[in-house]
Design a binder for this molecule. Structure first.
Ligand code: C2O
Ligand code: CU
Length: 531
């Protein structure tokens, strides 16, 4: 078996990804973190070196199931304690039966998406009967704030509550142009310095664009004018090729689309990224599709003036993208082996009357991350005494779990929002959803049941920002199903990082008796020597 070794050296210094200067996080000297490419079946050995000034970190490989290696999930407070500055940690895991487009990112409180990069898993035996392409390109979309994640977290958890607001910029491959870029000097040879990302294509060729949403908040609509996109992959699952005129992608989701460089003119095309399901103040992202006559991708950013008009968004339609997808390979979907687990969630005010302390409650509680990682508490036997607000839901081995995510209007402002839910340690069947309140006569949608790891609970368009609704109103629901075949401690959470920080998470302790022992090389400084 092939072992691929990666060293991720995490540092911080000034950068100006959108031409506004602030301290940003680099991995091996670049921002965003470098793309990691491996093959299905590879064993990865990833050494993370925290060289930040003062913040602890962990790195999560989003969408990688970590079968048999629950201690390598990189989730602070759950699978491990965060790595303090100056320390190193090596994660080892297989990418066994998975292929496609993934990402890796920090997973410690609000800092989550300040470190992010693409993870591409190539399948040498990929079924290419249904599609062909000559080359591939990766576009990592992200949102970007000018204030620090620490300030954001203080506002979210403080009294009175202060929302983070919309981002200042939407980046493509780590850059965009927010301010006048000519006034900011070049900081370091490798520092991003603003401008527009350029994706080059050769006329007549077909490309697989791997599009990754690494945003902390944004649900994006992505457009390439003058070119049709054909979706072939969603979160590591091949889907029947479907032509679409625009892509909708939520935070934590990934799609591969084929595009053919068949435009009659060689002009630049402005690809746009627009935030959906947000008030109108959110900024737009832009990058350039450029025809060239060399097969090599140039990475130099371009400066320029993007068009003033965006593709018309039209009305926002719940689940438009999901209903375009049908899995390429049909797999039998097992029946649930227990009652549907309904998780209601809403925003609550936990402060004294008149003050405003806001959390998200999901299921029994607003989730509070334990200080000592849950998995380590499993090993040292203290998990039974955990604070109720941090306790996991116990799931027995191979249970087929049906989860019904039901969004409700909370106490804050009467609005319904969208939520991207992500499950660790497993993929699930996305069994569809609807507006309002679920009831048992609503059957699962098995036709569009794509196996993925991040889905959207859509708001009812009628209860969206413009029209506040009474507390308790059903906002929308979605159903997922997974086979609990991976013993370990796993999170299910909203991938809007601010919501996660406000408690929109729950954890599953799957088959505790079957969790394999910690490997001998697990760092002692973290465990205090439990093995
Ligand atoms: Cu992409 Cu729990 O994370
Ligand atoms: Cu959310």
């Amino acid at each position: 078996k092939q072992v691929s070794h990666f060293d991720l050296n995490v540092t911080e210094s000034l950068g100006a990804p959108d031409c506004h200067e602030r301290v940003i996080r680099y991995v091996n000297g670049v921002y965003p973190a470098p793309a990691i490419t491996v093959n299905t079946g590879d064993r990865l050995r990833v050494t993370i070196r925290n060289r930040l000034e003062s913040e602890s970190i962990s790195i999560h490989f989003h969408g990688v199931k970590q079968t048999g290696t629950p201690w390598s999930d990189g989730t602070s407070h759950i699978s491990q304690n965060a790595i303090p500055p100056g320390k190193d940690m090596t994660l080892e895991f297989h990418v066994r039966d998975q292929a496609g487009t993934f990402l890796y990112h920090a997973h410690n409180a609000m800092q989550e998406l300040s470190i992010f990069g693409a993870l591409i898993v190539q399948d040498q035996k990929e079924d290419r009967k249904h599609f062909k392409y000559d080359g591939e390109r990766t576009l990592v979309l992200s949102d970007y704030w000018h204030n620090s994640s620490i300030a954001q977290e203080q506002g979210l958890l403080g009294t009175p509550f202060k929302w983070i607001g919309d981002p200042q910029s939407i980046l493509t491959n780590g850059i965009t142009q927010f301010a006048n870029c000519s006034t900011s000097g070049k900081l370091s040879p490798k520092a991003p310095n603003g401008g527009y990302a350029v994706t080059t294509v050769e006329k007549g060729k077909t490309y697989r664009f791997r599009i990754i949403n690494a945003a902390t908040l944004g649900f994006f609509r992505f457009d390439i004018p003058g070119h049709k996109m054909t979706v072939i992959e969603a979160d590591g699952t091949l889907v029947e090729p479907r032509a679409i005129d625009h892509l909708e992608i939520n935070a934590g989701q990934r799609y591969s689309v084929l595009i053919t460089a068949s435009s009659p003119s060689d002009k630049d095309y402005w690809m746009s990224t627009q935030a959906m399901w947000r008030p109108k103040s959110a900024p737009n992202g832009w990058s350039i599709l450029r025809y060239s006559n060399s097969s090599k991708e140039s990475t130099a950013p371009a400066h320029g003036i993007p068009p003033t008009s965006l593709p018309p968004k039209g009305p926002e339609i719940s689940g438009w993208m999901d209903r375009h997808l049908v899995p390429l390979h049909k797999v039998r979907i097992p029946a649930p082996t227990g009652p549907t687990m309904q998780l209601n969630f809403s925003q609550i005010n936990t402060g004294p009357v008149g003050a405003n302390t806001v959390r998200w409650k999901i299921g029994r509680q607003s989730y509070v991350l334990p200080n000592q990682a849950m998995l380590l508490q499993h090993y040292n036997g203290t998990i039974k005494d955990m604070d109720p607000a941090s306790k996991p839901i116990y799931v027995h081995k191979n249970r087929v779990v049906d989860i019904l995510l039901q969004a409700r209007v909370g106490t804050l402002n009467g609005v319904c929002e969208q939520h991207p839910f992500h499950l660790h340690g497993h993929s699930f069947w996305d069994l569809g959803g609807g507006n309002g309140t679920w009831n048992p006569t609503m059957r699962p949608d098995t036709k569009h049941a794509v196996i993925r790891d991040t889905l959207t609970v859509y708001p009812s368009p009628s209860a969206y920002f413009e029209t506040p609704q009474p507390e308790g109103t059903g906002c929308g629901w979605r159903r997922l199903r997974f086979v609990a075949d991976n013993p370990g401690a796993w999170m299910l959470h909203c991938h809007i990082v601010a919501h996660l920080v406000m408690g929109m998470a729950t954890t599953f302790l799957v088959a505790p008796n079957d969790i394999p022992p910690l490997p001998a090389n697990f760092p002692d400084w973290m465990t205090g020597g439990i093995h």
